[in-house]
Write a protein that binds this ligand. Structure first.
Ligand code: MSP
Length: 670
């Protein structure tokens, strides 16, 4: 972790209130929430600051348009942010608004101090001003004569203004970057900043004449001027801590500054790395330990626009997928620092692969086999075999890597490490063959194998608490571990945290498989794709996946027949009971499921069945079925099926055939 071992300060940018909170805002704020929850769980004092940027011309214009005061306008506009943070489970410690007196009065004191020490001067300023970006540009910055950031028109403005001697501190900043190679991350962004600093660094215009733009903080010695939006906004990171240039030093400031992580989007890296750092130097303060610039999301391959914004409205995503899935997807899908694309089909695929199949299946297999064969009891670990030891080593490594990567904000790499362990857990079941252990009556080893699988789920749930607080609690509850507060992370690296003899409570699947996109999402996607004048061509949008063409060979299903057969004909069919050990979607066909079924033979059989429209695969694990055992193997969409399961219904399967009393797998059926 950056910073001292026992405290952690993380900030997000303060968002312009004029915008509705969107996916990009949710992204940074979720990242800050995850890392601050993590440090809190590790017993550190954490301060997590977010907030809103409430000054500037756009706010004034929007308020004028509504016929209300700018203060009334910002009081309304801040609410969607606070509502969204609540819905997303964001546990910030402080929320700053730049119109609060605690902020405004310190900004004024900072202006006074900088003027007194000769770091501010008055001059005539002219340049191309972009109202949309609220900043000046030089001629060569413009793209097709328009603002390079927003693409909006610019106007030539000539006026007297106040300037901050930013150039005076440029060498100090170059030196700082030299001595703190981790200050700007990721590395590629650091190079960008170094490139910027190769040029002459000019001074910074920090005022607006109040006659032209009154919605700002007045200069203390001349109320004909208000501060320029960035100068005001950047100071929030210390005004919120109670900093005052004339002292006394507040407790919060003494404890938490410099921040450990300041999270920003790549578009506001210069303002933070250059403007903010030089402002801090002028105040005799040091910059944060790390300024981390993340990438931007596009939506379905396109820049976020109003119409596409609806398709990824964070509230829609929370309502339709659940807050935890959304939080996980944001941090899993792209590495923090790179750009990435959001699509609903990618979210669904990610959910099904990582959560329903890998993690959900591991839990379900271990819990259901424990219930079937061990009365749901957590058993002893027993003697350690080589395979167990490999799992122990992997677990320690996974927890260590997860910790280091998460604390470095490399969320995707943290998940990679954890999923390696989860994958190993599923493989361990396959190789240890608990069904064979059960059949052979080796209950001690059976208990030990299932115990280790349950332990892996416990470790995964503990590590995932900051990311998916609700789902992690649900996983832990299925292991019989409950508590209102997050469970402490100590001993996370050992596969021996459960209590021997504890009985696992019954529970529903924590990550049921998602069969199709939610109807509301599909409707919106259809609307955007088909709507007139929308930015996104229909073919680029997330469409419901087309049903695959019907497989050439239909999986056999029972059908009525009018022709009578002899008893000898019937005797040719070898029917046996089988127990479903594993069930998963066919990799290549939506309507097929692939099963591993124990039919009392050395190895379980693979059976492919066309029942995906009727059953969630996880719900079938542990069921007893009737298997046609002497059917010629047939390949169904590339997977060899070694038998067939009897089912009631015609082409539309209504239910699987089973037996009324418990019988061993492989029992003949006549
Ligand atoms: N008010 C300033 C920040 C002042 S901080 C002292 C501001 N506000 S903003 O609301 O326009 O943007 C806030 C953040 O949202 C920025 O970090 C920006 O990178 C981020 N994003 C805006 N669109 C985004 C995406 N499409 N994807 C990811 N993040 C995006 O700038």
């Amino acid at each position: 972790m950056a910073g001292s071992a026992d405290r952690y300060y993380v900030t997000t940018p303060i968002y312009y209130v004029n915008d509705k909170p969107h996916l990009g805002h949710a992204y940074t704020t979720v990242a800050a929430d995850v890392v601050s929850r993590w440090h809190r769980m590790n017993g550190r004092s954490v301060h997590f600051l977010t907030g809103v940027d409430e000054h500037g011309q756009k706010v004034l214009q929007a308020a004028d348009k509504k016929g209300i005061s700018p203060q009334q306008h910002v009081d309304e506009m801040v609410q969607p942010y606070q509502r969204l943070w609540q819905a997303l489970g964001i546990r910030y410690d402080d929320f700053i608004r730049t119109t609060e007196p605690r902020h405004e009065r310190v900004v004024q004191a900072v202006l006074q101090k900088l003027k007194d020490q000769g770091d501010l001067y008055e001059d005539v300023y002219e340049g191309w001003y972009s109202t949309s970006a609220e900043r000046f540009w030089t001629e060569k910055d413009l793209v097709d004569g328009k603002c390079p950031d927003t693409g909006q028109p610019v106007e030539w403005v000539r006026e007297t203004n106040w300037f901050f001697r930013m150039g005076k501190y440029a060498d100090q900043l170059r030196d700082w970057l030299d001595r703190h190679p981790d200050f700007v991350q990721p590395e590629s962004r650091r190079n960008e900043v170094l490139g910027y600093l190769k040029k002459d660094v000019g001074d910074l215009c920090i005022s607006r004449p109040a006659s032209r733009m009154s919605w700002g903080i007045p200069f203390p010695w001349d109320d004909q001027f208000v501060t320029y939006v960035w100068f005001d906004a950047l100071l929030n990171y210390i005004t919120a801590l109670g900093y005052h240039p004339d002292g006394p030093t507040s407790e919060l400031f003494a404890k938490y500054w410099p921040a450990d992580h300041q999270l920003v989007g790549k578009d506001i890296l210069t303002t933070h790395s250059v403007y903010w750092s030089t402002m801090l130097f002028a105040l005799g303060l040091t910059p944060a330990r790390c300024l981390y610039a993340h990438g931007w999301w596009t939506v379905e391959g396109q820049k976020m626009s109003k119409s596409l914004g609806n398709v990824v409205d964070p509230h829609l995503l929370i309502d339709e997928y659940g807050v935890d899935t959304f939080r996980y997807h944001l941090l899993r899908e792209i590495s923090f620092g790179s750009d990435g694309d959001f699509s609903h089909s990618a979210l669904m695929a990610r959910y099904n692969a990582d959560l329903a199949n890998d993690l959900g299946n591991l839990l379900h297999r271990a819990v259901s086999m424990s219930h079937k064969w061990l009365g749901g009891e957590v058993r002893a670990l027993g003697e350690t075999t080589a395979a167990d030891e490999a799992l122990d080593v992997l677990c320690t490594r996974a927890a260590g890597t997860y910790t280091a990567e998460l604390e470095a904000l490399h969320f995707d790499r943290a998940f990679d490490a954890l999923w390696e362990l989860i994958g190993a857990g599923n493989k361990y079941i396959d190789t240890q063959e608990p069904w064979a252990l059960n059949r052979n009556g080796d209950h001690a080893r059976l208990g030990a194998v299932l115990r280790r699988c349950l332990e892996i789920v416990r470790v995964a749930a503990l590590l995932l608490q900051p990311v998916m607080p609700g789902k992690a609690q649900a996983l832990l509850a299925q292991l019989g571990l409950t508590g209102d507060a997050p469970l402490p992370l100590h001993r996370v690296d050992g596969l021996d945290g459960l209590t021997e003899g504890a009985v696992l409570p019954p529970g529903d699947p924590v990550f049921p498989r998602m069969m199709e996109l939610p109807a509301r999402v599909q409707q919106l996607l259809d609307g955007v794709g088909g709507g007139k004048g929308t930015a996104a061509p229909a073919d680029k949008l997330d469409r419901k996946p087309k049903p695959p063409p019907a497989p050439k060979k239909e999986p056999p299903v029972a059908e009525d027949s009018k022709d009578l057969i002899s008893i000898d004909d019937f005797a040719k069919v070898e029917l046996k009971t089988g127990r479903i050990l594993e069930a998963a979607p066919h990799p290549d066909a939506d309507r097929l499921l692939v099963f591993k079924v124990d039919v009392g033979e050395e190895t379980p059989r693979t059976i492919v069945a066309g029942i995906a429209s009727r059953f969630e695969p996880e719900t079938l694990i542990g069921q007893t079925v009737i298997v046609v055992a002497n059917l010629k193997p047939a390949k169904l969409r590339g997977v060899e099926s070694q038998g067939m399961m009897l089912a009631a219904g015609g082409k539309q399967v209504k239910g699987l055939c089973t037996v009324t009393e418990p019988v061993l797998p492989g029992t003949p059926v006549r």
